[in-house]
Design a binder for this molecule. Structure first.
Ligand code: DQA
Length: 150
């Protein structure tokens, strides 16, 4: 089983963007860690992606649904308003695949507009507030759900 880890807008700026909130490690480091965790949990491969483009992220969900690929998603700001992405995430679930929502920060403890996620209702589960470690837990959850053995 191959998994994709998709990251939404502004997450290409990890390391320089609000390090007090998102940490000092960058997307390359997150990529390296996810690949390593993937091996640890018995995935064939873990592919980490990032886009600032809603259409591209939606396209990745169509592809995942068609290819039988489970998803770890940090929808970033799309979390709070993208019904298009929510509908696309729903299709991943309809295909019988786990989709784990991850947030590096704890959005409920921040601005009012961050308290609502339109993705959570269609996600298998949501992990927030644990930094990059949340991605590890999300990958482990998918490995558990799909019965992978290292
Ligand atoms: C985020 C939280 C969102 O509210 C924000 O728009 C992001 C990152 C997180 O990982 O904590 O870009 O998804």
């Amino acid at each position: 089983v191959k998994a994709i880890v998709v990251n939404g807008p502004n997450l290409g700026r990890l390391g320089v963007r609000q390090p007090d909130v998102y940490g000092r490690q960058d997307l390359a480091e997150l990529t390296r860690q996810c690949e390593q965790w993937g091996r640890e949990f018995g995935f064939e491969a873990v592919e980490v992606r990032q886009t600032d483009d809603e259409a591209e992220m939606i396209g990745w969900m169509h592809e995942a649904a068609d290819n039988g690929t489970p998803v770890v998603m940090n929808p970033a700001a799309f979390t709070h308003y993208s019904y298009g992405l929510a509908d696309a995430a729903h299709m991943v679930g309809d295909a019988g695949l786990p989709l784990m929502e991850v947030h590096i920060s704890n959005p409920s403890a921040r601005d009012e507009f961050r308290k609502r996620s339109v993705i959570s209702p269609v996600a298998t589960g949501t992990i927030t507030g644990l930094g990059f470690f949340g991605y590890r837990l999300a990958l482990e959850a998918i490995a558990h759900i799909m019965g992978l053995t290292p």
